[in-house]
Design a protein. Sequence first.
Length: 293
Amino acid sequence: MKAESTEADGEKVLLAAATAFQAALGERLLAAYALGSLAHGGFNPLVSDIDLGLVVEDPLRPDDASLIEFVAQSQKVGGGPLSERLSVFWGTLNRLHASLEGGRFPALDRLDLLENGRLLVGADVRRGMPRPSAVELIVAGAEFAVEFLAGVQWAASGGQSGLGSMQAARDDAVDEVRRPELLIVAGVRRLTKLVLFPVRFMFTAATGRVGTNALAVEWYLTRNAAPSKRLVRAALAWRMAEPIDDDAVADLLREGMVPLYVYYIDDHVARLNGLGKVELARAFMEWRARLEA
């Protein structure tokens, strides 16, 4: 598959999914948006997700969640190239305007909707929608990290839907960070995600912006105390061209992966304790202990 044609394949997956949700929800689908790299740029078929945001008419119905998950899974299984990358975010208009629970639209993705969302279906309904607060952004990123990167159980575990492109981390999730050979075998997509997620979460916590991987890496490289800069810079390059020297990759991971995660965890433990999110901070500290065991 040629590189210049694969972004078009991502667009096809996105539009097919939007059309399928329009058929399933009918007039209740007020708007569908492209999110993520297909909206703000930087999409690469080697590693990028395909993010779709849905705004549904109120009131929230008991079967909305199951219907949306059914359509999403149907698209992932029956779609074209890259269809397994589909990640669906959704909520009703009133809940998005009032930042209430219901659906699946975490704060980071609501900010992406406001800043970068590209309308695919319906009418633009973002006018008057509030920006997530700095606290919401930090907590949402931390909750995602605990569930999908750390594999640590805590009070609010299990709150994420199965509509995303990643599976919840298992108890042995720290092994990927500590053992380079496991991460290399997992493939370049998993590899770059695990290196760059901490960088992006710290960037958002510090700036209040979603940003692209490139912007987050640029910001990180200016931090005087930040470790593992060679690894972070290399991971950004691997998004564009898969590395061919596994030994060199393993050396970079062995040198930089644990220090990167310890730096990120310490940054967020301080932030979370400062916000009074003690249980979440405790989950991060347990994560740190596992990494250094």
